[in-house]
Design a protein around this ligand. Structure first.
Ligand SMILES: [Zn+2]
Length: 456
């Protein structure tokens, strides 16, 4: 199949628009120059026609908390306490990154994200080599909001060395100038202070000021672990109260996790329009807890979803995260909490809103960019379909293996399960080689511990 950009007609699909009325339309979508031009469409011809008979057509998923550079660490940090997980795995491994290892990790991440229907990710990278993540995302036609982790305050006795504010911000500004808005608008930069414990007051205040003047986003972690959250009270109260003092709460801030917050902090998130990234798999695996998402939604907080990093998940699968988001809150909040419509909105338009892209992506509406996913419905885990709601099927039944076609910016990236512009096996084998090199660069005690736990 040729990969045309000028016009594309997708015919005979069941279209889950995720527009404000959550309309479901049977029909065609006509795309011109990467933009949704007509839906439903009566056009008969286009440069490329895709038959979507018996397929569901969805807006591409938007995951708002991912670490592309960590996917190469997958399976190296299982069943560990969060402090050991950070000190004995994530920080030594991130410290050992090279340009190549970040690049191959990001390529593998995008591959996996695409396979589960994700077309946009908001990602926090490591201190160094974030250019490699931008390069991989750009080459693969993916859409992302990316930033280098800023750590100008770090815990002594660990292997993760932070860096002075001037150095960290210089890197951030260089990334902003080089990549923001590039790739036909697919690439975006966001400031990524790693967390309240990892960045000084001066960093928060400075990036708050630059972000406001340049209309940039800030992406960080908050209130993930109970003990860490309690220890942070020495920095001036709970984390959201601290961030309020720093003047950074607002509609351009995404906080991942937000598990251990008070009612007062929920009110602050709601009144300032701050967004939350809910990461259910990671919060379960690291035993962090369960964020009270239905209560946050009730207060009007925009909660979106993300897989977090492969070492704490261990997948980047949007369907896993949607299913968990729908299920895990029901025992506490009741079976009618977190209905499928709400969860699908969180994974699409909610994610777009959290990343400032709600006018461009997140729903299938005229004038929006054509970031679309086609799902095969003819499968044993879906049938029978008569009388069932396709939105419920997406959240409760579909799996990433049902993703047949992925379109970003009007470009067909994957069709009938095949990638159009890159070789999947080559990406897998390059990543395995890069992991071997990476493990050669970490300190001997950590390396020995990893191999003693591994099977080869
Ligand atoms: Zn994270």
């Amino acid at each position: 199949m040729k990969n045309y950009k000028s016009s594309l007609l997708i015919k005979n699909g069941t279209i889950l628009t995720v527009n404000p009325r959550m309309d479901i339309i049977s029909g065609d979508i006509y795309i011109e120059d990467g933009v949704i031009f007509e839906v439903p469409s009566s056009k008969q011809t286009a440069d490329l026609i895709i038959d979507a008979s018996e397929k569901l057509i969805l807006p591409g998923f938007v995951q708002v908390h991912v670490h592309l550079n960590q996917t190469i660490f997958r399976g190296l940090a299982d069943d560990m306490d969060v402090v050991d997980w950070l000190k004995r795995r994530i920080w030594p491994l991130e410290q050992a990154h090279s340009y190549e290892s970040v690049y191959h990790s990001a390529r593998l991440s995008v591959l996996e994200l695409l396979r589960s229907g994700t077309t946009t990710a908001v990602t926090m990278e490591s201190l160094n080599h974030t250019e490699a993540a931008f390069q991989a995302v750009n080459e693969m036609g993916f859409r992302a909001v990316i930033g280098n982790a800023i750590m100008d305050r770090w815990e002594t006795g660990t292997e993760m060395k932070g860096e002075d504010m001037d150095i960290a911000l210089k890197k951030s500004i260089a990334l902003f100038e080089r990549y923001h808005g590039k790739g036909n608008g697919r690439l975006h930069f966001a400031f990524c202070p790693r967390g309240t414990r990892n960045a000084t007051d001066a960093v928060w205040q400075e990036i708050g000021s630059i972000a406001r003047s340049e209309k940039l986003f800030i992406h960080s972690h908050a209130a993930e672990n109970k003990q860490q959250t309690e220890r942070l009270s020495e920095y001036g109260g709970s984390e959201v109260i601290y961030l309020n003092k720093m003047g950074v709460l607002g509609p351009n801030l995404i906080l991942a996790h937000a598990i251990w917050l008070t009612d007062e902090e929920h009110d602050l998130l709601a009144s300032t329009g701050t967004h939350i990234a809910h990461c259910p798999s990671a919060n379960f695996k690291l035993a962090s807890g369960i964020a009270p998402v239905p209560a946050m939604l009730e207060k009007g907080i925009n909660v979106a979803v993300g897989a977090d990093g492969a070492p704490c998940n261990n997948n980047l699968d949007a369907f896993h995260e949607m299913r968990l988001t729908a299920l895990i809150h029901k025992p506490r909040f009741g079976p009618t909490s977190m209905p499928a419509e709400e969860v699908l909105r969180m994974m699409t338009i909610g994610g777009a809103k959290a990343s400032g892209l709600e006018n461009e992506i997140g729903s299938i509406e005229v004038g929006k960019k054509a970031d679309l996913v086609l799902l095969n419905q003819k499968a044993a885990h879906i049938y029978p379909v008569l009388g069932s709601n396709p939105i419920s099927r997406v959240v409760y039944e579909h799996q990433s293996r049902d993703v047949e076609t992925v379109i970003i910016d009007g470009e067909v990236i994957m069709h009938q399960g095949q990638f159009m512009n890159f070789d999947e096996n080559e990406i897998l084998s390059q990543c395995e080689l890069a992991r071997s090199d990476l493990l050669d660069r970490i300190s001997e005690p950590v390396r020995a511990e990893i191999f003693s736990k591994g099977r080869k």
